[in-house]
Design a protein around this ligand. Structure first.
Ligand SMILES: [Zn+2]
Ligand SMILES: [Zn+2]
Length: 266
């Protein structure tokens, strides 16, 4: 069975990744992948919003870099995508970005649970300590549900990102997951199995087995992503992710071409 596509990887334009697109492509071929997609952190309307994404005036350079990798590695299918931050009120900006290039897919990700706190930022751990974990998870999943409901994304990224540093609520979160997955199903959003969680304090794929099980029951499709910020991370731990997906019952994952979904066995 072919390996699933790795649909989540970055470039140095986001200021916290290393290696050129060609280096990621070379690594993908080395480990036997046949398809990858670049999904770097999208620009915000205001470049000074934060310092871990490309500037708006670098969007064309980003696309040229991916096009070059496509030309240099014709034996590999390389998709053009973005990981887009969802914040309520940003919908028009996201539509504007969508119209600028013939993207293959958008990954919608929630990192910000307020205008100035990205909960996965290791420099802002003190914010976690000021708050109740359940409150943070609730706000996060409300935003994730809204992100799915916008219909602007083919894939929702790392669905249980708040577990990254291990701040887990004592209360049961099933209702939060249910609401989100119901929206994902209704608005045709896939969720990704993101192996970067295995490299973080939580030591677990995003999302958890529990969430993935609910997703399968509701018929929410999946993609795979390493969230590589360096070439050697491409396809990392895909064997674990594939095993998890198979155990739950998934036999197919999504591919996207110009924002149209196809299913592929894996
Ligand atoms: Zn990143
Ligand atoms: Zn992300």
């Amino acid at each position: 069975m072919p390996l699933p596509a790795d649909y989540h990887m970055h470039t140095p334009l986001c200021r916290h990744a290393s290696g050129e697109p060609g280096d990621y492509a070379r690594r993908a071929l080395e480990i036997g992948l046949t398809e990858i997609g670049f999904s770097d952190h999208s620009p915000m309307r205001q470049d000074n919003f934060d310092d871990w994404r490309m500037r708006f005036d670098q969007l064309d350079e980003y696309v040229e870099g991916i096009r070059k990798a496509q030309q240099d590695f014709p034996q590999l299918t390389i998709r053009l995508a973005l990981e887009v931050d969802y914040l309520p009120g940003q919908e028009d900006w996201i539509r504007d970005l969508a119209a600028r290039q013939p993207w293959d897919y958008f990954i919608g990700s929630v990192h910000y649970v307020s205008d100035n706190w990205a909960l996965d930022n290791p420099n802002k751990l003190s914010e976690w300590r000021k708050r109740d974990a359940f409150e943070v998870w609730s706000v996060y999943f409300e935003r994730l549900t809204k992100a799915a409901e916008t219909g602007l994304f083919e894939i929702i990224g790392h669905a249980d990102l708040p577990k990254k540093f291990g701040f887990r609520p004592e209360r049961d979160c099933t209702a939060l997951y249910e609401r989100f997955l119901t929206a994902a199903k209704k608005y045709n959003c896939a969720i990704e199995l993101n192996t970067a969680g295995l490299r973080k304090d939580c030591r677990e794929i995003y999302p958890s087995r529990e969430i993935l099980q609910l997703a399968f029951q509701k018929g929410v499709p999946i993609t795979f992503g390493s969230d590589a910020h360096a070439p050697e991370e491409v396809g990392m731990n895909f064997t674990d992710a594939i095993q998890l997906a198979h155990e739950i019952g998934y036999k197919e994952c999504c591919r996207f071409v110009r924002r149209k979904r196809e299913l592929a066995r894996f």
